[in-house]
Design a protein around this ligand. Structure first.
Ligand code: ATP
Ligand code: MG
Length: 414
């Protein structure tokens, strides 16, 4: 779990701002759910056979002896909240969320135990138009943030029925080659065979080259859906690559599965993962409702952004002040200028004017306001332009009345 220091939070805020704006324009509304849920939500909503539930959750008993879990992802909580508050009876819902998620994984570059996601969920639209829209939102957001070298990988998982037939054949095929599989994959043959397809083990991967592919098991209807989605993406000029190994190994995932990867991220290359999950709401006790969504990993996104955002919290004004009267006057002035919207850094060191000026110059502010006891008594402020190219210092100085802060403000922003 990592701390984010001021230099980093600056960049996070800028990314969050752009994402918020994008969601707003697309008609997505924010939902905030608790970080802690009862464990059963995730074991039912993500599935016991997954790595996330099987190995990665932070689970504990609370003082009332209930099993609680720090959320490892956002979708299950969003569905729970939408059900609990009757949102799903109010027509299609377009929701977004953001915040920390917790998974007990092996920490490495791009993989943490507390990480952050932003994500969208769209409920109640069965047509592939929602799939295309949701993918476009992710793609455009990443593009708007200035990312290049992105690849959208796309697959269809078909319907539950398609996948059942495929799963049966795949298990038979895998059992024939059981000894050659890595131990992790061996354990999954019965519990979650589809997930073996995206095993990272090289030997398993090479064996799988010959495995039956899901695409050959898609029904007419599923194939047509997949075709329509591809056409929509072409119309939207969003490039994609088909990847028949791309799976979300859960029963309620269906049809669309996609990931956006970056060629610059190394091993942890997926920035965004998503798909259609028409069976999830029902699985969690609600009415049959279609759903599609994605989640972006913020840490990986920020890593990719590199120095795209420099971010500025440079003060507009540095307030140099010394003396008993001056110090209180400086507090008053700082407060008023802040209320007018300026970024004001108040020197509270009480050190010499010289030292304070050094700091003022270093912080990059355009103006310094100087208040000594003489100024305070005379109800005036000295305004001094910092970083000025002009030689004469006096020409950069100006006395203004301390009572006319609106006039001062006008000067400062001019
Ligand atoms: P991976 O294959 O990388 O483990 P995943 O399938 O577990 O990914 P999802 O559950 O789909 O990931 O989460 C969506 C996104 O959240 C990922 O694409 C990634 O960017 C980010 N993410 C997931 N787990 C972590 C983590 N432990 N640390 C940082 N980011 C993560
Ligand atoms: Mg994972």
């Amino acid at each position: 779990m990592v701390d984010l220091l001021p230099e980093q939070t600056q960049r996070w805020q800028e990314v969050e701002l752009i994402a918020r704006e994008q969601f707003k324009r697309a008609g997505f509304k924010e939902i905030r759910t608790p970080l802690l849920e009862v464990t059963e939500l995730f074991s039912r909503g993500i599935g016991e056979a997954t790595d996330v539930v099987g190995k990665e959750m932070y689970t504990f008993s609370d003082r009332g002896n209930r099993s609680c879990t720090l959320r490892p992802e956002g979708t299950a909580s969003v569905v729970r909240a939408a059900l609990e508050h009757g949102l799903l009876n109010q027509g299609p819902q377009r929701l977004w969320y953001g915040g920390p998620m917790f998974r007990y994984e092996r920490p490495q570059a791009g993989r943490q135990r507390q990480f952050h996601q932003i994500g969208v969920e769209c409920f109640g639209i069965n047509s592939t138009r929602a799939d295309a829209e949701v993918i476009a939102i992710a793609w455009d957001l990443l593009k708007q943030l200035g990312l290049n070298g992105l690849v959208l990988e796309l697959n269809s998982l078909g319907s539950l029925e398609d996948r059942r037939r495929y799963r049966n054949d795949l298990v038979v095929w895998l059992l024939d080659r059981f000894e050659q599989l890595d131990t992790d994959s061996q354990q999954r043959v019965q519990s979650n065979p589809l997930r073996i397809l995206d095993s990272k083990n090289p030997q398993t991967q090479s064996i799988l080259m010959e495995a039956p592919t899901l695409n050959n098991y898609l029904s007419e209807e599923s194939l047509e859906r997949f075709e329509v989605l591809q056409q929509s993406l072409e119309t939207l000029e969003i490039p994609f690559k088909l990847n028949s190994r791309l799976v979300r190994g859960l029963d309620y995932y269906c049809h669309t599965a996609f990931e956006i990867k970056s060629e610059y991220l190394g091993a942890q290359s997926t920035v965004c993962g998503g798909g259609r999950y028409d069976g999830l709401v029902e699985q969690l006790g609600g009415p049959n409702t279609s759903g599609i969504g994605w989640a972006i990993g913020m840490e990986r996104l920020i890593m990719l952004l590199g120095d795209v955002f420099s971010g500025s919290t440079t003060p507009d004004v540095y307030l140099v002040n010394q003396g008993k009267l001056a110090e209180i006057q400086a507090l008053v002035v700082a407060r008023k200028l802040r209320a007018l919207g300026l970024i004001v850094e108040l020197d509270s060191s009480g050190s010499s004017f010289g030292k304070q000026f050094k700091r003022a110059n270093r912080c990059g502010a355009f103006w310094a306001i100087v208040i000594g006891d003489d100024e305070a008594k005379g109800e005036v402020l000295t305004l001094k332009k910092l970083h000025s190219n002009e030689d004469s210092t006096t020409s950069n100085e100006l006395k203004v009345s301390a009572s006319d802060l609106d006039g001062l403000f006008a000067l400062l922003v001019s």
